[in-house]
Write a protein that binds this ligand. Sequence first.
Ligand SMILES: Nc1ccn([C@H]2C[C@H](O)[C@@H](COP(=O)(O)OP(=O)(O)OP(=O)(O)O)O2)c(=O)n1
Length: 142
Amino acid sequence: MAEVVEMDVTLKKLKNMMADFAKERDWDQFHSPRNLLLAMVSEVGELSEIFQWKGEVPRGLPDWKEEEKQHLGEELSDVLLYLVRLADICGIDLGKAVLRKMELNGKKYPVELCKGSSRKHTEISCKEDCNENGGKEDDPTK
Ligand SMILES: Nc1ccn([C@H]2C[C@H](O)[C@@H](COP(=O)(O)OP(=O)(O)OP(=O)(O)O)O2)c(=O)n1
């Protein structure tokens, strides 16, 4: 098995690694936005297959064999790598975008309204919880 070099992983490093990987193989021609999106979705399918028919599984997957966990890691990695590459090819700074999105998520789901509830933000009750606009607006960020 190939030796795995331990190093700090950043989105920027992964982006550069994927760019080098494609360039070395003259694969830039295949890495179009649509192709990468389809490749990522098919890897999501492979990821789903691992969980298919197993029913709910406990967190940490305590009963899974090492090979099964390794396989899971491989499929998760494929999804991540294609996602990083797709963002790059589309000219999206994924690091910047994800930090901005986390900030938006925090505003959309304020702790005081959402703690212990899995309701979608459109279902958070404004009538009881933020009645400044007569309950007309469901989205607390607007
Ligand atoms: N045109 C391609 C083909 C592959 N890869 C890279 C990104 C993924 O991490 C991995 C995907 O390889 P495969 O398509 O061979 O998929 P799997 O590794 O899942 O193998 P299999 O489909 O046989 O299970 O290789 C890539 O960047 N560009």
